[in-house]
Ligand binder design. Structure first.
Ligand code: CA
Ligand code: CA
Ligand code: CA
Ligand code: CA
Length: 260
C-alpha cells in the first residue's frame, strides 16, 4: 500500500508539471530503483547450444563462433583504468542443464594474495557471475533468491550463505582458465539453482527452457598488487552513485532470455 500511495503522489506531482515526459521518465527511474524492484533492463537473447562447448579454456568450439561478444564496460568500483590494465568480454549459450559462458580477460597482473578461498576473496582477481533463476530481482545478500558466484583464479567458487558466512559452491560452477601472456580465456558451466536451494540438502537444478528469463550480470574484480581490489568492472549499467550493488540486490542484474 505504501508503494501505491507513493506512486499516486508522484504521479500527481508529475501532473502539475508542464514538461511531463522528461519528468515522468526521471521519476519512474527513481521509483524503479528504490520502490518497485526489478524492471527488466539490458534484455539480451541467449542462443541454445545443441553441442555444448568443451570446458578446456580454448574458444575454438563451433558454438562460440556463432555467438556474439558482450563487454565488461561498466566501472562499478575504483579509479579509471587503461586498456593495458583491464579489458574483458564474454559470450553466452545455454542447454537444458546449464548456462555456458566464455570470458576473455586481458589483465596485466594476475594476483592471488589470499590462498584461502574463503578469506577476502573479492580482493583477489576473480570473475563474479550473478544468476537470478526466476528473474525476480530483490535482495539476495544472505539468501538464495539469487547467487553471486565469485570464481577465483584457482577455480574455487564462493558466495555467502543464509547464515552470512562464505561457503564454497564449486559444484555449481565448473570452469577452466588458460592464460597466455596477459590474456586469459575462461570457460564456465553453471548449473542453475533457484530460491528453493538449501545448502547441505539434495537440490534439484533448474531445467532450463526456451523463453525462460533469468537475471544475469558478470563482473571482474581486478587487483594487480594492492592490499584491496583496484577495480570492479561489470557488464550492466547501474544507475546512481553506489554501483557495487550486485552482491546485495538482483534488481540491478540485466535480463537474459533463452532462445532456440
Ligand atoms: Ca572450449
Ligand atoms: Ca589489471
Ligand atoms: Ca530469484
Ligand atoms: Ca589483476
Amino acid at each position: 500500500m505504501k508503494k501505491i500511495a507513493l506512486l499516486h503522489i508522484l504521479l500527481l506531482l508529475i501532473g502539475c508539471k508542464k514538461d511531463t515526459t522528461s519528468n515522468l521518465e526521471g521519476t519512474l527511474a527513481v521509483i524503479d530503483q528504490h520502490e518497485i524492484g526489478k524492471i527488466d533492463h539490458q534484455i539480451r537473447e541467449v542462443n541454445k547450444a545443441i553441442i555444448v562447448p568443451k570446458l578446456d579454456g580454448d574458444m575454438n568450439d563451433p558454438i562460440w563462433k556463432e555467438s556474439i561478444w558482450y563487454a565488461f564496460d561498466q566501472k562499478w568500483l575504483g579509479k579509471s583504468y587503461t586498456f593495458n590494465d583491464f579489458f574483458g568480454r564474454y559470450k553466452m549459450v545455454w542447454s537444458p542443464e546449464a548456462i555456458y559462458i566464455l570470458v576473455e580477460i586481458k589483465d596485466n597482473v594476475l594476483y592471488d594474495q589470499h590462498k584461502d578461498p574463503l578469506k577476502l576473496w573479492w580482493d583477489d582477481d576473480c570473475i563474479d557471475i550473478f544468476i537470478d533463476a526466476d528473474n525476480s530481482g530483490g535482495n539476495h545478500q544472505y539468501s538464495n533468491n539469487a547467487f553471486a558466484y565469485h570464481v577465483a583464479l584457482d577455480g574455487n567458487v564462493v558466495d555467502l550463505d543464509e547464515s552470512k558466512t562464505p561457503i564454497l559452491l564449486n559444484s555449481h560452477v565448473k570452469s577452466k582458465r588458460v592464460t597466455q601472456g596477459d590474456v586469459s580465456v575462461w570457460e564456465f558451466e553453471i548449473t542453475v539453482y533457484d530460491d528453493t536451494y538449501k545448502e547441505g540438502k539434495v537440490n534439484d537444478p533448474v531445467v532450463l527452457q526456451k523463453d525462460q528469463k533469468l537475471g544475469f550480470a558478470i563482473a571482474y574484480h581486478d587487483n594487480d598488487s594492492s592490499k584491496e581490489r583496484e577495480n570492479l568492472i561489470g557488464s550492466v549499467f547501474i544507475p546512481g552513485e553506489e554501483k557495487n550493488l550486485g552482491w546485495i540486490t538482483a534488481d540491478v542484474f540485466g535480463t537474459i532470455v533463452l532462445k532456440e
